[in-house]
Write a protein that binds this ligand. Structure first.
Ligand code: AHR
Length: 502
């Protein structure tokens, strides 16, 4: 017979981490595989709108309510020249993308992206090319986007039919420049000098922008954290954010170990933040540099061979991961970690949004919602407020690679008298009773809650069975003496909102 374990989560409304920046619910759209073409943009689709964008995909993306949307890459950006993709479509050249060995038609470019962002309520987060591009090319793009009129690049935007400045505030200074695979990869100091020159020229052009400088993109790289230190020693006063990236996977098919990866995401954030704080302290900088976790996801199945080689084709199916239930739990773990670190992580971008390592897949005019879609939707609905510290007191286990973890991974957001709790039950077979106990307030009522769960960690949606893994309303909660007891199934992600009396 199955026994039910108990975990108690202790909170206090005065023990705040920080306001949760809505931009941690960001996304990423790269010119890669079928992300742009056949993903968001497909004029020949039965779903195409007046812009040629797929309404079915956009409607699904709206449910995720993304904030900052990073564009146009990724590795792609390190060989990208923005001028190729603006102006009359019939004059735009066809170019060869070396990062993914693909053909780029430039029929969808930055202006189309900005229009789409306005329609979707996204905050554009543009990445400039610091691989083959120059600081001046980056600064010209900024002038094109943000300056009213009266100079060459601003006038060109107007000539292209965009009368009003686009006022793009968030810019990334290149992509993964520490990665040896990156076009134009150079040692840290060389990148730092070019990033600083670019940052200064861009801020001379528009002082209202915010900049993200490339930090370490993977803990496995030999330059991990040392790269960050060197970059910040040069650029600390010129940028607002340092980037970090993380892709995780279950190549060894060890689900408990995979689910424990949240520990190492926490450590990655804390170590990177420690470098920011150390430079801030030793160099007496004017402001603290925060973190932009601008690529995160599960990516290990479609990561080599034909999955990453476009073979000179246009819109080849690349990086098309199929996500299952255990991946949904890990996606929720990433979000828990960002919420727990609301004081340092101000931006985070799910990489990516459609077809390429994405919550949504398309096939012809069909569309499939994958497992990782649901935790993002459930969390995003409840993202407003302040992250609270929490103490998780309950059973746990020793994982193979990530040390000891609590069976329940958790985060919490307080918004007035509403407390949202986010829980992952990592137990493969046992349900868990989770008690929510506040030191200074009583839980009085459940507002609403949803859960994703299943018996098989490998269960995944398919075009034939599209709803095997999805969210369901959840009301299995009792409230007694101001303490809520939530009954969580095994292998589950839960997001619920409780009313407090305080
Ligand atoms: O998101 C897919 C790729 O992963 C991006 O292009 C790159 O930045 C990272 O290595």
């Amino acid at each position: 017979m199955l026994t039910t374990n108990t975990t108690t989560i202790h909170l206090h409304t005065a023990f705040k981490v920080d306001v949760v920046d809505p931009r941690i619910f960001g996304g990423f759209l790269e010119h890669l595989g079928r992300a742009v073409y056949e993903g968001v943009y497909e004029p020949s689709s039965a779903h195409a709108d007046d812009m040629g964008c797929r309404t079915d995909v956009l409607e699904a993306l709206k449910r995720l309510n993304f904030t900052a949307m990073r564009y146009p890459g990724g590795n792609f950006v390190s060989g990208y020249h923005w001028q190729d993709a603006v102006g009359p479509r019939d004059k735009r050249p066809i170019t060869r993308d070396l990062a993914w060995q693909s053909i780029e038609t430039n029929q969808f470019g930055p202006n189309e992206f900005v229009t789409l962002s306005e329609r979707m309520g996204w905050t554009p987060m543009m990445a400039v090319n610091l691989g083959t591009g120059t600081p001046e090319e980056a600064r010209n793009w900024l002038e094109y986007c943000n300056i009213e009129s009266g100079s060459k690049w601003a006038n060109l935007r107007i000539e292209h039919g965009y009368e009003k400045p686009q006022n793009i505030r968030l810019w990334c200074l290149g992509n993964e420049m520490d990665g040896p695979w990156q076009i134009g990869h150079v040692p840290a100091e060389q990148y730092a000098i070019s990033a600083q020159q670019t940052a200064r020229m861009m801020k001379m052009c528009d002082p209202n922008i915010e900049l993200v400088v490339c930090g370490s993109c993977a803990p496995e790289l030999p330059t991990y954290l040392e790269w960050d230190r060197q970059v910040l020693e040069h650029c600390r006063d010129d940028v607002e954010y340092l980037s970090l990236h993380r892709y995780v996977g279950n190549a060894d098919d060890d689900t408990p170990d995979f689910l424990a990866v949240t520990n190492s995401i926490d450590r990655q954030i804390e170590a990177t933040d420690a470098v920011c704080r150390a430079v801030h302290h030793t160099k007496k900088t004017r402001k603290r540099v925060h973190l932009s976790f601008d690529e995160w996801n599960i990516w290990y199945r479609a990561r080599s061979g034909e999955h990453v080689d476009g073979r000179g084709k246009f819109a080849a199916p690349l990086l098309e991961e199929v996500y299952n239930l255990e991946d949904a739990l890990v996606a929720a773990g990433f979000l828990n970690s960002f919420i727990r670190h609301a004081d340092s992580v101000k931006i985070a971008n799910l990489a990516q949004i459609v077809n390429v390592i994405a919550p949504i897949l398309t096939k012809g005019d069909d569309m499939l919602i994958q497992s990782i879609f649901y935790p993002i939707e459930m969390y995003s609905k409840r993202r407003t407020g302040t992250s609270l510290q929490l103490v998780v007191d309950g059973p746990g286990y020793q994982s193979k690679s990530h040390g000891y973890v609590n069976t329940i991974d958790a985060s919490a957001i307080l918004n007035g008298n509403q407390l949202s709790v986010f829980l992952v039950n990592r137990d493969l077979t046992k349900p868990m009773e989770v008690k929510i106990k506040l030191g200074d307030a009583n839980v009085t009522q459940l507002v609403d809650a949803e859960v994703v769960s299943g018996t098989d960690p490998k269960m995944a949606n398919t075009y034939e069975c599209p709803a095997l893994v999805r969210s369901h309303a959840h009301s299995e909660v009792t409230i007694e003496d101001g303490v809520a007891t939530i009954y969580l199934p095994a292998l589950s992600v839960y997001a619920g909102t409780l009313l407090l009396d305080r």
